[in-house]
Design a protein around this ligand. Structure first.
Ligand SMILES: Nc1nc2c(ncn2[C@@H]2O[C@H](COP(=O)(O)OP(=O)(O)OP(=O)(O)O)[C@@H](O)[C@H]2O)c(=O)[nH]1
Ligand SMILES: [Mg+2]
Length: 450
């Protein structure tokens, strides 16, 4: 049986190889992983050297050397200020001595596609404005990710109780795009800048004239989300080990990842499952003698099964060796944190596996696939994922001649659904500056407007 039993300290998790169902069972014991993995722990509050615990080494190459240097310097600075200045001395610093901060207010009721981009945004703001970076509301961060520095807002929050504060982003209610797109962040003297968003709302900062040069120098290929997320959001070794084992056992010469999001419908729109397999057919055209893996992830067991069955038909008519695989996260199980089904760890594993695929076929309007596309250093992701479009749920609409069924995105940067608001409603100077970003069309077309 090609079934791996995956155990973590939190959830029991199984991964199934659909094709090689007759292989021998492979048990992964998390205790062994723990013993052999080099894990950095900053929870003790001690000074920490950054240890590069890159357990998915084979798939993740560090490419942003200049940015990585900046990241490492930041980590050192952050830990030294937090542990010696803020927490270390018995005499508490007075308000005027407190370092200015950016605090991301995490919303764990949302999925990862809405949780990870705000963290990246907050970190960008903190680097650009020389503030310290904290996260509020993600107390179990280190259960899921590596933690190079102590960014739990709770440990310092009390010291800031009399400090000035304001929101740079407050969900869909208020967003200071003037400052983000055109202003100088360092001119803002507020002590605490809160970032509360579900969006990759910082995208316009990359066209801000004050920071263009900074981005060009440190992240010359414009994959800002990739460069930052690969440092800031690295999976906990227990989880990344599961990703690595799955990829080692299943991924071949060319891997297509599919993310099917069926449960999110808008108006009467639906995204037909067979359109995903139609895109796969196009992608494998002319690929003779290539070993191919199709990795399927979906938001329901039923959708995943239906898609696997459709893909099975492709195998019958194709000479290639095609392996169709998926993990076994039970997508019918309720998630204790939010209304999405499936486990938290299962979602992260699916997202990371998608990110390691060579090409992605994802669902329009779902941030899960876009975030997966961005969370990877795969060179092929430069051109971005293929996005399957929804259509009206009626048969006559099917033949409408101007229908876009699928498009190939031009970047693997995540979606910014507030882009449409910036283009439509923000001050013209702001939208003009935003449009000086070559990726403005990409950011703007990948999601329904709010
Ligand atoms: N394991 C797994 N979980 C998934 C998958 N698709 C969706 N989910 C779960 O559903 C959540 C979806 O939220 P997001 O990541 O924000 O994606 P979205 O499609 O934009 O959905 P909403 O933000 O909830 O409207 C994920 O975080 C997972 O918890 C999948 O393919 N695999
Ligand atoms: Mg989302």
């Amino acid at each position: 049986m090609g079934i791996f039993l995956m155990l973590t300290s939190y959830e029991t998790y199984r991964i199934k190889n659909v094709e090689n169902i007759k292989n021998t069972t492979n048990h992964t014991n998390v205790e062994n992983i723990k013993n052999t993995t080099n894990h950095t722990n900053v929870e003790n509050g001690n000074h920490v050297d950054i240890v590069n615990v890159n357990t998915v080494k084979k798939y993740e190459e560090v490419k942003y050397l200049e940015f990585d240097l900046v990241y490492n310097q930041y980590v050192k600075k952050h830990n030294s200020i937090v542990f010696s200045k803020l927490l270390g001395s018995s005499a508490k610093p007075n308000i005027s001595e407190l370092p200015k901060v950016v605090v991301v207010q995490s919303d764990l009721t949302k999925g990862y596609g809405n949780r990870i981009p705000p963290l990246v945004c907050g970190f960008i703001y903190s680097l650009l404005s020389d503030r310290l970076f904290f996260i509020d509301g993600y107390d179990n961060f280190s259960s899921y990710y590596e933690k190079d520095f102590e960014h739990n807002w709770k440990i310092v929050e009390n010291m800031y109780k009399n400090s000035s504060s304001r929101h740079l982003h407050k969900r869909n209610v208020y967003n200071d795009f003037q400052l983000v797109a055109t202003g100088n962040l360092s001119n803002d003297k507020t002590d605490i800048l809160y970032v509360a968003t579900w969006d990759y709302a910082c995208a316009p900062i990359t066209s801000n004239p004050h920071y263009k040069e900074w981005f060009n120098k440190l992240i010359p290929d414009s994959r800002v989300f990739t460069a930052i997320s690969l440092k800031l959001i690295r999976l906990h070794p227990n989880i990344s080990k599961q990703v690595e084992i799955f990829a080692d056992n299943n991924f071949k010469d060319y891997n297509i990842g599919i993310h099917l999001r069926e449960k999110k419908t808008t108006n009467r729109l639906i995204t037909p499952i067979d359109h995903f397999s139609e895109v796969v057919k196009m992608l494998i055209l002319g690929m003779k003698n290539t070993n191919i893996t199709i990795f399927v992830s979906a938001d329901s067991n039923n959708g995943r099964k239906k898609l696997v069955n459709l893909l099975d038909e492709i195998i019958i008519y194709n000479n290639n060796s095609i392996n169709i695989v998926h993990t076994d996260d039970n997508m019918d199980a309720p998630n204790p944190f939010n209304s999405n089904t499936g486990t938290e760890i299962g979602a992260l594993i699916d997202m990371k596996l998608l990110s390691l695929c060579d090409d992605l076929v994802i669902t329009y309007g779902s941030t899960f696939g876009y975030t997966a596309a961005g969370w990877s250093s795969k060179v092929s992701h430069r051109r971005g994922p293929y996005v399957v479009m929804p259509i009206k749920n009626s048969s006559d609409d099917f033949w409408t001649s101007d229908k876009v069924w699928v498009y190939g995105a031009t970047s693997n940067e995540p979606c910014m659904y507030l882009s449409k608001w910036v283009l439509d409603k923000a001050d013209k100077a702001i939208s003009r500056t935003f449009k000086s970003n070559p990726l403005w069309m990409h950011y703007s077309q990948c999601h329904w407007p709010i």
